[in-house]
Design a protein around this ligand. Structure first.
Ligand code: NDP
Length: 236
């Protein structure tokens, strides 16, 4: 059974579909878009689970609910993410904290909630969504870049912590992917990112989803602590 945080749309929805195609039963977590999440869950024969991953009690409740309805969590994809872009001189405490809460605290809360049982079963796969921005930075995204760089350190530390007991932890670093998260970018930034992408096109959520599926699969049985760039060459 797989839990995908932020599975209601964008990359998360594509990951839910891809994992279901590969045979997993999928719990589609969302924060506010109940209709979208239920639509995905119905389509793939999974369940939609409301919950804010940034809230420790809510994250715990997500895991308890999916375990009681679907059984053991074999796969966790920490995909939920938000942006609150602005230059640092104008950034409010709230804009900083909102991004930390979902992107970084969320991965911690959810991983902690599944780790003990994965260790006990001596199997499991966790995939964390980082970004090329976490590797290279981006003006106007100090909050977001800090969380995505943090996710890389978190992934490597957790991979070292859990590897001896058969639990793998990896990260995927997408480049510029066409979702609601990137529709807010100006034409100028869009053109710049496109020109810096050797493949010369934006990525699709499916481009990312197949990489996540690979890292969750037995084929990746000797892969842990990796950061897999799925970015058309943008972040190399
Ligand atoms: P979207 O904005 O399209 O979707 C975000 C998803 O996260 C939604 O399902 C949303 O739920 C959910 N979500 C947001 N906050 C919370 C929360 N606190 N608790 C639970 N769920 C939450 O984003 P993308 O698909 O574009 O991005 C997915 C991931 O990929 C993010 O981590 C992002 O940083 C990363 N990424 C994206 C890139 C891109 O170019 N798009 C590039 C690099 C990385 P709801 O629908 O209910 O609001």
């Amino acid at each position: 059974m797989a839990v995908v945080t932020g599975g209601s749309r964008g990359i998360g929805a594509a990951v839910c579909r891809e994992l279901a195609r590969a045979g997993a039963t999928v719990a589609v977590n969302y924060r506010s878009n109940a209709d979208l999440a239920s639509g995905i869950a119905d389509e793939i024969g999974g369940i939609a689970v409301e919950g804010d991953v940034g809230d420790p009690a809510s994250a715990k409740a997500i895991v308890e609910r999916v375990e009681s309805e679907l059984g053991d969590v074999d796969i966790l994809v920490n995909n939920a993410g938000v942006t609150r872009d602005t230059l640092i001189a104008r950034m409010s405490d709230e804009e900083w904290r909102e991004v930390m809460s979902t992107n970084l605290d969320g991965a911690f809360h959810m991983s902690r909630a599944v780790a003990r049982k994965m260790l006990k079963r001596r199997s499991g796969a966790i995939v964390n969504m980082t970004s090329f921005v976490g590797l290279h930075g981006n003006p106007g995204q100090t909050n977001y870049a800090a969380t995505k760089a943090g996710i890389i350190g978190f992934t490597k530390a957790l991979a070292k912590e859990l590897g001896g007991r058969g639990v793998r932890v990896n990260a995927v670093a997408p480049g510029y992917i066409e979702t609601e998260l990137t529709t807010v970018l100006s034409d100028e930034i869009r053109d710049f990112l496109l020109s810096a992408t050797p493949m010369g096109r934006l990525g699709s959520p499916d481009d990312v989803a197949v990489a996540v599926r690979f890292l969750c699969s037995d084929e990746a049985g000797y892969v842990t602590g990796a950061v897999l760039l799925v970015d058309g060459g943008l972040g190399m």
